[in-house]
Design a protein around this ligand. Structure first.
Ligand SMILES: Cc1cc2nc3c(=O)[nH]c(=O)nc-3n(C[C@H](O)[C@H](O)[C@H](O)COP(=O)(O)OP(=O)(O)OC[C@H]3O[C@@H](n4cnc5c(N)ncnc54)[C@H](O)[C@@H]3O)c2cc1C
Length: 405
């Protein structure tokens, strides 16, 4: 008798799980609450889908799941997709994209392979309950019920709720006894004092951004920082956002606007600039180094005005030192948390302590969890999708075989 496997959620991890289970000979049905599967995949990487990364060092992954590293080490993203006719290319930073340059071809590859293997996809079916009945699982979709030998929860987290992912499966899993680490938005802008950033809206600068919690620096990232009317944004800020969400208003973000220069180089540049532009208003002093508006706002933050002549404001070594300190270490208060609608992923989810090493729910044989629903989240750079493909394939294989653990 073929094993019957039901996959809850037709996203990145659910489609991977369905393919892996079907390849093992199981009879597979995917239940997806949206009218179509894979909607979120189409949005990834700005429509280009950053589907993996050459460098899978664990420092790029976070959460309480102790099995993430081992699961990802045995997975080969390129091979997985090549096996379904999708070629990839890798950029200078190790990020992998489909060779076609479009996320749609990733979804097509997954759909075609799942269809070829006979996996059934039922859309507009929201799972509302899960019950263990003897050795079987009863999957409830409103008035309809499905019986299965194994159920795989691949329903994502709470980020991007417009894609069908609003955390609705967490209470259901909690009722079954699993521990849910409270979901928090991650890979999102960090809200800060609007009075500081609003005048800079739309400007981008290269910077080193540091996340401070309780005054202590917890993580540093270099890259482009973008100012919005009430937040700091950009990839390096996204990578710090889970810390900001964890510590709330006890967190701060520090910005070094001259990250590529040593202290001595900065001091020399400032001295030169004061000589070259001393007779102009201090607002003009830094426009050869930084976007003009940024220079003006930072000078004002240091001295309360940017209208006085630069030579007048910066006549002393102490004044120049002070401006450099502000340029290299100004701190922005974290004033709140971004919404899940602004977040690319969820930090939190099913705790590692509730899972066995096969990602089965402890004490509930035949129930597996994968993808973003697990408390594993990654940095920007293809890490989240890598986890989804790898964990989906991993649980798909176990679910399709008898030995539920
Ligand atoms: C804008 C954006 C850009 C991103 N870009 C990248 C990127 O370039 N690279 C990267 O690595 N990561 C990226 N991510 C993150 C990545 O897309 C997600 O981590 C990943 O798609 C999660 O996959 P998943 O299978 O766990 O869940 P999802 O893909 O979220 O799929 C879960 C599915 O389950 C369905 N579902 C939920 N509840 C139920 C229910 N009760 N019954 C039935 N179905 C249900 C949902 O409708 C959904 O289709 C991005 C995210 C966003 C929002």
């Amino acid at each position: 008798m073929r094993r019957r496997v039901i996959v809850i959620g037709g996203g990145a991890s659910g489609l991977s799980a369905a393919i892996a289970a079907a390849e093992q000979g199981a009879s597979v049905t995917v239940l997806e609450r949206q009218p179509r599967v894979g909607r979120k995949i189409l949005l990834t990487g700005n429509g280009r889908c950053n589907l993996g990364n050459e460098n899978l060092a664990m420092l790029h992954f976070h959460g309480t799941n102790p099995y993430a590293s081992a699961i990802m080490q045995q997975f080969d993203t390129k091979k997985f997709f090549r096996g379904m006719g999708l070629y990839t290319r890798t950029d200078a930073e190790g990020r992998m994209y489909p060779a076609s340059g479009t996320a749609a071809s990733v979804l097509d590859a997954l759909r075609f392979r799942a269809e070829q293997l006979g996996a059934e996809m039922l859309c507009d079916r929201q799972v509302t309950g899960l019950k263990q009945t003897g050795k079987k699982w009863q999957i409830i979709c409103g008035d309809t019920q499905f019986m299965a030998d194994a159920a795989i929860v691949a329903a994502g987290g709470s980020a991007a709720p417009a894609c069908g992912t609003d955390g609705n499966m967490f209470p259901i899993l909690k009722r079954l006894g699993l521990t849910v680490i409270p979901p928090r938005p991650a890979l999102c802008p960090v809200p800060t004092d609007a009075a500081i950033v609003k005048p800079l809206k739309g400007i981008r600068v290269r910077a080193e951004a540091s996340a401070y919690a309780g005054g202590k620096c917890v993580r540093r990232e270099r890259g482009e920082v973008q100012f919005t009317d009430r937040a700091l944004s950009g990839i390096c800020i996204f990578n710090l956002s889970r810390i900001a969400a964890m510590h709330g208003t006890k967190a701060e973000i520090g910005l070094d606007l001259l990250p590529d220069y040593s202290g001595a180089e900065c001091a020399e540049m400032l001295q030169e600039l004061v000589k070259q532009r001393g007779e102009y208003p201090a607002a003009e002093l830094l426009s050869g180094l930084l976007p003009k508006r940024v220079g003006e706002v930072w000078v004002k933050a240091a001295f309360g005005t940017a209208n006085a002549a630069a030579a007048e404001l910066l006549h002393s070594e102490a004044a120049q030192r002070h401006l450099l300190e502000v340029l290299r270490g100004r701190r922005f208060p974290v004033t709140g948390t971004a919404s899940f609608a602004q977040a690319q992923v969820t930090a939190g989810g099913i705790a590692g302590q509730s899972l066995t090493k096969t990602l089965a729910a402890k004490g509930l044989p035949g129930l597996y969890i994968c993808g973003e629903a697990v408390d594993t989240d990654g940095d920007c750079g293809g890490y989240n999708l890598t986890w989804c493909w790898a964990s989906g394939v991993y649980v798909g294989k176990f679910a399709a075989n008898q030995n539920n653990m």
